[in-house]
Design a protein around this ligand. Sequence first.
Ligand code: SAM
Length: 331
Amino acid sequence: MACGSPSALQDRFGRRITYVRLSLTDRCDMRCRYCMAEDMTFLPRADILSLEEFARLARGLVARGVTRLRLTGGEPLVRRGVTDLAKDIGAMIGHGLDELTMTTNGARLAAHADALWDAGLRRLNISLDSRDPARFGHVTRVGQLADVLDGIAAAKARGFAIKINMVALNGINHDEITDMLAWCCAEGFDLSLIETMPLGEIGEDRTNSFYPLTTAKAELEQRFQLIPSAHQTGGPARYWAVAGTQSRLGLISPLTQNFCASCNRVRVSASGKLYMCLGHEDHLDLRAAMRSDSPGALDALLDQAMHQKPERHEFDLRRAATRRHMSVTGG
Ligand code: SAM
């Protein structure tokens, strides 16, 4: 950061915040059961930050020492103009920004992979909870597996490093985890397994579908040799190299393992709310600051956020930790 510029973002527990996830829209073209209720109400369009506002926000964050940005949602690829925004933000890579990435359900990736590459993205997280068409349809309610597999193939052909995100669901896909890792290894992808988190009401009890990753790991070790990896993202995942392959396994287990001590991130919703922790309601509204003429307005809110960032989440599967769904703040 340039001398004399506002200070880097550091919270009261000494954690440096260098990673921000931007949720470009709360809308999604899927309705994954663990994520959303079937009949969701989405934000009115007027409440959503414009792409220009997101681009300015990104510049303001990079000026405060944020080095990694992830575009997410909802589904980021349903936001019109997303690749223009990616290009705008991507222009900062090598000028303060180290990396721009995206989390997507992959359904529209075949159409967008080239433009995202040209914008400077090199890594994608793609959600895929099942490779069985009927199961995939059940989990996503409306998704088409073929679209996602086409998107993944297009991204692979373009040269993206791909990480598959799979939410482990008891009785739904837990018996597919081993095969999913085998497929990822064969394709040259990493795999992150995620424990279902109690975010937003979904009209059913999450304890029924919770599958502990401690169990998943024990099952994987029957077939794969997993070597603890030093790879760190500052997030809740722990990583293992899969022996004899180029692939890594990540376990995101906020319920059975807590890694808040190394948290390096905050999240911004599509309407400009800055959430300091995925598991808390507390937030600051950046939208007015983004729409004001005052150059210091955003910095003042970012400083306040550093004072308010909680030490850790308090997830309890028996109740939703937040009213908002994961689709509001992105994964
Ligand atoms: N639409 C994009 C996608 O599907 O990847 C980005 C947004 S989605 C909310 C990001 C990630 O969060 C996905 O991998 C999804 O499976 C995961 N997710 C959603 N709700 C979750 C929950 N309650 N617990 C754990 N993971 C969740």
